[in-house]
Design a protein around this ligand. Structure first.
Ligand SMILES: [Zn+2]
Length: 121
């Protein structure tokens, strides 16, 4: 399935959708698109899985893994809160954190599959 401008807009809104931070108009626009687009639904599911896994960690583990992820990305500090760049970065960090967490648990057979195909831009 090809990626359209609507897909790009929807994906930009997914972090805020998960935060419950969309206006009613944005929310229904995203819901309408997700109902018809497998690729964006996969993207949303991957983002939600990453955040769920992140939230299941203890605050200490979360802070430690976040530091590791930021270091991995070559960033010393978290980005300023608010902008979409910061939010997309948080999603990337969350995905990395999940990968770290699974590796720490010794589950080396798990391969992050969220980026394969669904998110080709
Ligand atoms: Zn789409």
């Amino acid at each position: 399935m090809s990626t359209t401008a609507v897909c790009q807009r929807t994906r930009a809104l997914i972090p805020r959708l998960i935060d419950g931070d969309l206006s009613p108009e944005e929310r229904s626009e995203v819901d309408r698109h997700l109902a018809t687009c497998d690729a964006c639904r996969d993207e949303q599911a991957a983002a939600r899985r990453a955040l769920d896994a992140l939230q299941s960690l203890s605050p200490e583990d979360r802070a430690r893994l976040r530091e590791s992820a930021l270091a991995e990305l070559g960033l010393g500090e978290p980005p300023a809160r608010g902008g979409w760049v910061g939010r997309m970065l948080l999603i990337v960090i969350a995905a990395l954190v999940v990968w770290f967490a699974l590796r720490l648990r010794g589950d080396r057979t798990w391969v992050p599959d969220a980026r394969s195909g669904a998110s080709t831009r």
